[in-house]
Design a protein around this ligand. Structure first.
Ligand code: MLT
Length: 407
């Protein structure tokens, strides 16, 4: 009989957010009279910006006319969007990223998960803990780890992110080849200073390593001193790949558009020690396995860069950040220590007890869904993550219910 990829058997039975969704569905089926408020998965609730909707409509009309109809687009994305990204997200911040170094995709989750394919199986990994589970799970699937022993996969260099380091891990003394960093951080909401990112770039250069920099939440940065891109750090073009998304910036979680930057100067070596451009490998991978994002969706993403789009997306992120402030102050009033929420849509709360037990308590007593910290790694135990992505009414109602449940 055909055999399975045994690496899958090392994984937990289900993906964190699938597991939570299953538990919530079981609860709502058992208690249909108790409406649940979801502050678990970071999924946006507010409608698309009007500029994006208008662009979607116009592009859909183009698809309905013979003269303007489009079939397959370029796998890497249309030039009109790549040029806007290069100009607005990079040149405007003093970073050099050429349009053809930008690969438009249907999501950062897919890109963060797929990118590991272009690296050797014996690549040494450094991954923060707690962390967005996609980074770990996709490497487990690829056979880059041993079994999970006591909550940690053998073979990964875990970078503890705790209150004592402000949830920003320092560079380790041991070498690694592939380093995952996410700032503003999911799940802790922490941001990395320029000096901290400089230390990581220097570490990567010293070790001839590659940083995978997930910057999906950069639109939430309000502190003017915090870098939005790893390429704001000198020398990063030679050691870093960056992931960005329209999901949390412009409400595209259901529309699907993101991009990945692979600088042409970024090299890794083959088995003979010869340098190989990662840009060429990622291009090979994408042209083989991906057929691009739909034309109307790329037009909608391009509308983010119009004056109206910029204004409307800023209003969206301001709205969720105001939710985050409400959550932070309500948790503080309950005597709970929090991180995040200032430059990120997540609030990381020290609940001082088992995180799944706290999840169950909130679901049962308050009908509020949070994300248990243990789901993000061993260092997440004792914490939960509350997402600021919901309507103001739901956030306020959830906070009242949480206060009543914990009193
Ligand atoms: C999260 O809740 O961590 C994110 O929404 C997950 C994702 O973006 O895939």
């Amino acid at each position: 009989m055909i055999r399975i990829n045994e690496n899958y058997t090392k994984l937990k039975a289900s993906y964190l957010f699938a597991d939570i969704a299953r538990r919530v569905t079981a609860y709502t089926s058992a208690h249909p009279d108790r409406p649940v408020i979801r502050l678990g998965i970071g999924d946006v609730t507010e409608p698309l910006p009007a500029a994006c909707v208008a662009a979607l409509h116009a592009a859909t009309d183009e698809m309905g006319q013979r003269a303007t109809f489009k079939g397959y687009g370029p796998e890497q994305g249309y030039a009109f969007l790549r040029e806007l990204v290069s100009q607005h997200d990079y040149a405007a911040r003093g970073c050099k990223v050429e349009p053809d170094e930008i690969f438009i995709s249907d999501g950062s989750k897919c890109d963060c998960g797929n990118i590991q394919e272009i690296f050797a199986t014996d690549t040494r990994l450094a991954i923060p803990d707690p962390v967005y589970p996609v980074y770990v799970d996709t490497n487990v699937m690829a056979g880059r780890t041993g079994p999970n022993v006591d909550g940690r996969y053998q073979g990964i260099l875990y970078l503890d992110s705790t209150a004592s380091n402000g949830y920003v891990p320092a560079v380790p003394s041991a070498p690694a080849d592939l380093i995952y960093l996410c700032f503003p951080n999911n799940p802790t909401g922490a941001v990395a200073t320029r000096a901290q990112l400089e230390a990581w770039v220097a570490y990567a250069r010293r070790n001839k390593a590659v940083i995978l920099f997930d910057s999906a939440y950069e639109a939430y940065i309000r502190d003017p001193d915090i870098p939005h891109s790893i390429y704001e750090i000198e020398g990063a073009r030679d050691v870093a790949i960056e992931f960005r998304s329209f999901s949390k910036t412009a409400g595209f979680t259901g529309t699907r558009c993101a991009y990945t930057v692979v600088p042409k100067t970024l090299m890794a070596s083959d088995a003979a020690g010869q340098p190989v451009a990662l840009h060429a490998l990622w291009n090979r991978r994408q042209t083989t396995k991906f057929n691009g994002v739909s034309y109307p969706v790329q037009r909608a993403a391009a509308a983010v860069y119009t004056d109206a789009g910029q204004h409307q997306t800023r209003a969206l992120t301001d709205f969720y950040l105001a939710n985050a402030q409400l959550i932070r102050s309500a948790m503080g009033a309950l005597g709970l220590k929090c991180a995040g929420g200032d430059n990120a849509p997540y609030i990381w709360i020290d609940v001082g007890r088992d995180s799944w037990e706290f999840f169950d308590l909130l679901l049962d007593k308050a009908q509020v869904v949070c994300t248990p910290g243990a789901g993000f790694g061993k260092c997440g135990e004792g914490h939960v993550r509350i997402s600021a992505f919901n309507s103001r009414e739901n956030v306020q109602r959830a906070l009242e219910r949480i206060a009543a449940a914990l009193r």
